[in-house]
Design a protein around this ligand. Structure first.
Ligand SMILES: Cc1ncc(C[n+]2csc(CCOP(=O)(O)OP(=O)(O)O)c2C)c(N)n1
Ligand SMILES: [Mg+2]
Length: 349
């Protein structure tokens, strides 16, 4: 495999501090809070899984928080955002209601999808989240359709599809790139390149580790960015999104990152010995998007150590209250499935 990402995919060689020069301190605080909240929500879900309190599978994106938080800085409530099997961060970056996410994953009627979707069928349209499904790449053509609709409706809304490095191995993604380009759809493809699809490293699956090559093939403007640097993600996605809103057609942003947990559930070690080494995980943890930001903020005196501790404690408390509340919420009634999931066949006599 060609290592076109070079040092960007090597945590040992790529430890640049997050540059926060000329950044508004309130925005930095908000982004730090948002990333922490997503991290702690997912750690709580890991706890729920470990203790058999959650039924279905849960795909955690711990380590990847800077991507959704950075991209979402530039999104509006009327934009149309689509995710996949690992989408807690995509949803929470738009609406930080972790209580509703807990309720959903626990199958409770108070959840985002009334307790009928679980971790992989999330929906929060009022805040721009049009949905996630477990079928890898399944939402990508839907996102292009939503982008084309936004254009026909003469809005400056855009659609966003979050896709993984594994998702580009699905043919429909390439049809979607082509269609978006030929239709000049207001569409941002956000590639979370975490170098793995399930348990397989990209080197065993593709001839190059750089997903942006497919943007080049489709004449789609693109940027290749460190996905663990929230400021870099925000800036780069803003430039692309500004152009998309101006009617210049689709763009792609590739963000190089790494997930700390294994492919599914709470174990970090499930992939180790297959393709991932404990050393790699250790090195990527040192490239933590949250610590990298808080360190820069402390250095520039935008944040004190005490404020950081207080923020952590505050979110921990809120998470605990929300989790306990969701645990005590009711399950949906059987009738609700007829209302929201199944319907009677119109052809039946
Ligand atoms: C169409 C389809 N094929 C296979 C799967 C099984 N599967 C679930 S996640 C996944 C890997 C996806 O990798 P990637 O797109 O890189 O996302 P990541 O898990 O790294 O976030 C696979 C193969 C599936 N859910 N849907
Ligand atoms: Mg991946």
């Amino acid at each position: 495999m060609k290592n076109d990402l070079n040092n960007l995919s090597n945590p040992k060689k790529y430890h640049k501090p997050v540059s926060i020069e000329n950044q508004d301190s309130a925005t930095l605080q908000q982004m730090l809070t948002s990333m922490l909240l997503i991290r702690k929500t997912e750690d709580q879900l890991a706890f729920g899984k470990k203790n058999s309190l959650i039924g279905g599978p849960v795909h955690l994106g711990v380590g990847q928080e800077a991507i959704a938080v950075g991209v979402s800085q530039n999104l509006k409530k009327t934009d149309r955002i689509f995710g996949g099997h690992r989408s807690h961060s995509h949803l929470l970056a738009l609406n930080p209601n972790f209580y509703k996410l807990f309720a959903e994953v626990l199958g409770k009627e108070t959840g985002f999808s009334k307790g009928m979707g679980g971790s992989m069928h999330l929906y929060d349209q009022p805040n721009g989240f049009y949905g996630s499904v477990p079928i890898v790449a399944g939402t990508v053509p839907l996102a292009v359709g939503a982008a084309m609709a936004a254009k026909l409706q003469k809005t400056d809304d855009i659609a966003v599809a979050y896709i993984g490095d594994g998702a580009v191995e699905e043919g429909v993604v390439h049809e979607s790139f082509n269609l978006a380009k030929t239709q000049k759809a207001p569409m941002l493809f956000v590639v979370e390149n975490n170098l793995f699809a399930s348990h397989m490293h990209i080197a065993t699956r593709q001839p190059s580790d750089m997903i942006s090559r497919f943007a080049i093939a489709n004449d789609i403007p693109h940027k290749l960015i460190d996905g663990n640097d929230v400021v870099a993600v925000t800036k780069a996605s803003k430039e692309l999104i500004d152009d998309i809103r101006e009617g210049k057609g689709p763009a792609l942003i590739e963000l190089v990152t790494y997930r700390w947990y294994g492919h599914v559930d709470w174990r970090i070690d499930v992939d180790v010995g297959v393709e991932r080494s404990l050393d790699d995980i250790k090195n990527w943890r040192a490239r933590d998007p949250i610590l990298r930001l808080s360190k820069s903020m402390i250095k520039e005196k935008i944040l004190t150590l005490n404020q950081e501790i207080n923020l952590n404690n505050k979110i921990d408390k809120e998470i605990q209250i929300a989790w306990d509340k969701a645990m005590n919420d009711p399950y949906p009634s059987l009738d609700a499935t007829l209302k929201y999931v199944y319907s009677e066949s119109k052809n039946e006599k």
